[in-house]
Design a protein around this ligand. Structure first.
Ligand SMILES: N[C@@H](CCC(=O)N[C@@H](CS)C(=O)NCC(=O)O)C(=O)O
Length: 390
């Protein structure tokens, strides 16, 4: 659609810099080269038009030049992928595609407690920054004191998520140890490769931008840790927010995925860490979901995936508990992870011939066989801005 000046009307990304999921959508828009403008939810249109359309107070939301309103980063990316097929930003080769979807699910959902931990457990050390950020999300205008005060109520809401995410005094040492191991493996990878699967970003990279940009790469406490321990990972967050694929550091690296559908050795080391830490919780999620689906009353297609029937940005089916890295992890289930995981599992189950063998061998080497055997009793999908049974 053309605007009054003859220029194409841009997309609007309703988001903020300190939002986990906005970081994923924004990087996608930048790398695709899609003309867009970002608007903070402090703009009066957000309450007036966007919240009522989406039926929740949630960001990011993408508004298309034609007026369509899209929420959930997966739906946003799917829309942009279809609308702008080039440049392609997902491998067409089967094993890399399955791995990319898997990494997207891991980073977009599993990493949320870690990102929230480093933001809120260290709140006192970064209070002023967080107040400014949450304040600017909702308050327009130059009154500094008023804006800092406005951020407070939202901070209390988000900080209150920690126990539900399994972040407690008992689990924090194990969570932090797991984080350091993961970023060490990623740091080694990003010294050898500009993106997770080679010379161009994939869905995996956009999934990783969710936790690693706004929280772990930008909040003062975790950004400092990430920079000190994993500077190549930090540098990748900068690369992901820069237009184009080329990077001055990797001038001889082809702007394509690694040849022959191969998975880089350094990414195998990352996958080992991922499967080791993710599998227990993923199995517990699937057991909880399957029990809920198969329990009474029977649930028709379109039924909200939500224990109490309410519509939530992060729906839950109740509490889960499982041993994890020497502690008992107790948290609320988060079925959204299963929706994303099942996309990867479906791609993996569709592999044939040589690709199937190569993927099975990769799983055997990286400890992923058990996780990839998870089966859900019913598929899920997004409908009317919510997660429902298909
Ligand atoms: N699955 C959604 C999650 C979006 C999301 O959690 N957004 C956060 C900000 S980063 C939010 O608005 N949360 C509001 C809430 O949890 O009530 C997506 O991928 O877009």
């Amino acid at each position: 659609m053309a605007g009054g000046n003859g220029q194409a009307k841009p997309y609007t990304l309703w988001g903020v810099q300190h939002s986990l999921y906005a970081g994923k959508a924004r990087a996608y828009l930048i790398k695709k080269g899609v003309p867009y403008r970002e608007v903070y939810p402090s703009h009066p249109d957000f309450q007036a038009r966007i919240v009522s359309a989406v039926k929740s107070l949630v960001i990011p939301v993408l508004e298309t030049p034609e007026g369509a309103i899209i929420q959930d980063t997966t739906d946003i990316i799917e829309h942009l992928q279809t609308r702008f097929p080039e440049p392609r930003m997902e491998p067409e080769t089967p094993v890399q595609h399955a791995v990319s979807l898997l990494l997207d699910a891991f980073a977009s959902e599993y990493m949320l407690p870690l990102a929230m931990h480093y933001r809120w457990s260290y709140r006192a050390e970064q209070e002023h920054f967080l107040r400014a950020e949450f304040g600017r999300a909702v308050h327009r205008g130059p009154d500094r004191a008023a804006r800092l005060a406005t951020g407070e109520q939202f901070m209390a809401y988000f900080a209150g998520f920690l126990p539900a995410l399994g972040v407690t005094d008992e689990t924090i040492p194990a969570l932090e140890a797991s984080y350091l191991e993961l970023i060490e493996a990623l740091d080694i990878h990003f010294q050898a490769h500009p993106y997770l699967l080679g010379g161009r970003p994939a869905l995996a990279d956009f999934g990783f931008m969710a936790p690693f940009f706004a929280h772990l790469g930008r909040d003062p406490v975790p950004a400092s840790l990430t920079k000190k321990r994993a500077p190549n990972l930090y540098r990748w967050t900068e690369r992901m927010n820069t237009a184009g694929f080329a990077d001055g550091e990797f001038t001889d690296y082809p702007e394509s995925y690694v040849a022959d559908d191969a998975i880089p050795e350094t990414l195998e080391a990352v996958l080992k860490r991922i499967f080791a830490d993710w599998t227990p919780g993923l199995i517990a999620e699937a057991v909880c979901f399957n029990a809920w689906v198969q329990g009474e009353p029977a649930k028709p297609a379109g039924h909200l995936v939500s224990a109490d029937g309410s519509r939530k940005v992060h729906p839950t089916l109740g509490g889960i508990a499982y041993p994890w890295r020497g502690v008992m992890m107790q948290r609320w289930s988060a079925p959204h992870v299963l929706w994303l995981f099942s996309r990867a599992a479906e791609a993996a189950r569709g592999l044939e011939g040589d690709a199937r063998d190569r993927f099975a061998a990769l799983l055997a080497r990286t400890g992923g066989t058990e996780a990839m055997q998870i089966r859900l009793a019913r598929p899920m999908k997004r409908n009317d801005y919510a997660l429902v049974l298909a």
